[in-house]
Design a protein around this ligand. Structure first.
Ligand code: PMP
Length: 446
């Protein structure tokens, strides 16, 4: 069959497909129109050079993990249970691990039965499965403004409409949620669920206050809206006991997502969903059609780690390490950023959200920042509707405190220069060219 594209073959316009010659362009499913490469991919390829301080990626810093403990656990797993560990497993996930997961969730006030847990390939797959189970094209998902870029990508790929609801320093604003629900209903559409990250938000760094937790639950209960509670950072708080999960106070209206990526290691790709019983059945069917089963080997490795190691002590060490990095970032920002910048001081997690002085555009400024050897993620990446130009996400999880300080110093210089240019010329400098490839491997979408 000749797949050579002819000049007369119909070209699809406005689908978001690659502009390179693609012989398959007229065959892709409509849903692929939402699967677009991030506009900042090319910049990330450059940002991953060693001379650049990357405050962009959200990679967990796992250098403190006890590799001897992990390698011993994996060696004995292969030696003693290899034939099971390397076999297919159950679509719902390993019963022993599901039981251990209920112990983890108990730290946030959740009493759950292992039967209601579905193990997934990271919590990212859980977002995908929940969306697959609930959303038809055009269905509405309400998300915080801003929201996690990886979840927005899932919602787009299932052709959902994302409606944003505002946050402030205490997390999602209840009145904004009420208004978003009313606006969707007035348009004759159905909200399929509220997607929320209540703790140490990615990217906003804020945490939903206790009184608001009750209020958000009540609003969703009254409107009969399901909540998708995504909580990969919940055990990484710096100052407090873990916050009580929304799911702890509502077993029927909340699907809770957890992950071992930040509390252990992301390479195992083990996360989970805890769902009301009937939903759990659908999720298992969706999981079976997606992967047959989550990887047995990874699950057994995570299970052995939890059984043989002081995992809570390890999380405490992670928290201390991240707290030191948070402190380095906020003190560097206070010392060096131009006065008109604003940012929050997160109580946990990986991220600071920074608002630039009025008129400064984070995306337009990024090439200049990368030239100055510092990278961040422009705020627009975290909105489905093009908002966020005046803001950026800064991650402190990965670089050392010294590198964080140096990165902020470079960033402050770039913002200063931007302000000076605006004062002098009232316009942007032409952005420098960067030779990144749009197909760069290892792009960090976390
Ligand atoms: N949800 C949020 C809010 C995240 O920040 C991430 C990753 N950074 C994920 C889900 C996915 O994590 P994983 O698939 O590694 O569990």
């Amino acid at each position: 069959m000749d797949t050579t594209p002819s000049r007369s073959s119909p070209a699809r316009l406005g689908t978001g497909h690659s502009t390179r010659l693609d012989p398959y362009v007229d065959r892709y499913a409509a849903r692929t129109a939402g699967m677009t490469a991030s506009e900042i991919r090319a910049l990330f390829a450059v940002a991953s050079r060693p001379e650049v301080v990357s405050l962009a990626g959200g990679m967990p810093n796992i250098s403190g993990l006890p590799l001897d403990v992990v390698s011993n656990a994996i060696a004995s797993l292969v030696r003693d249970q290899g034939a099971v560990a390397m076999q297919y497993g159950s679509g719902q996930g390993l019963p022993k691990l599901r039981e251990q997961i209920t112990d983890v969730m108990r730290l946030e006030g959740i009493e759950a039965h292992p039967d209601d847990v579905v193990v997934t390939v990271g919590s990212q797959q859980a977002v995908d499965l929940v969306t697959r189970v609930f959303c038809d094209p055009g269905d509405v998902v309400i998300c915080e403004a801003p929201s996690y870029v990886g979840a927005l990508g899932v919602f787009k790929s299932y052709q959902c409409e994302v409606v944003h609801a505002e946050m402030d320093a205490s997390g999602l604003v209840p009145e904004a949620l009420r208004q978003a629900i009313a606006a969707v209903q007035a348009a004759g559409k159905r909200v399929k669920f509220l997607y929320t990250i209540p703790n140490f938000h990615n990217p906003a760094g804020v945490t939903l206050s206790a009184p608001r937790r009750a209020e958000i639950l009540e609003i969703c209960r009254q409107a009969d809206i399901l909540i998708l509670e995504d909580n990969p950072y919940g055990l990484l708080g710096f100052d407090s006991e873990p916050h009580r999960a929304l799911r702890a106070d509502s077993a029927d209206h909340v699907i809770y997502l957890g992950s071992f990526s930040k509390t252990f290691a992301p390479g195992f790709r083990v996360g989970w969903a805890l769902a009301p019983h009937t939903v759990r059945e659908k999720l298992v069917l969706a999981q079976e059609s997606a992967t047959l089963c989550p990887p047995q080997f990874s699950q057994m490795a995570v299970s052995a780690y939890l059984a043989q190691h002081d995992w809570q002590g390890q999380i405490k060490q992670f928290r201390e390490m991240y707290r030191e990095r948070r402190d380095a970032m906020v003190s560097a920002l206070a010392d060096m950023m131009p006065g008109a910048c604003r940012w929050n001081v997160p109580d946990g997690g990986f991220y600071v959200w920074l608002m630039l002085p009025p008129g400064v555009d984070a995306k337009k400024m990024l090439p200049r920042a990368v030239t100055a050897r510092v990278a961040y993620v422009p705020g627009t990446a975290f909105f489905a509707d093009g908002f966020g130009a005046g803001s950026m996400r800064l991650s402190y999880c990965y670089p050392t405190p010294e590198r964080i300080r140096e990165g902020v110093r470079r960033l402050a210089g770039v913002v200063e220069a931007e302000l000076e240019v605006r004062t002098t010329f009232g316009a942007h400098l032409a952005a420098p060219e960067l030779n990144g490839s749009n197909d760069a491997p290892g792009v960090d979408l976390t």
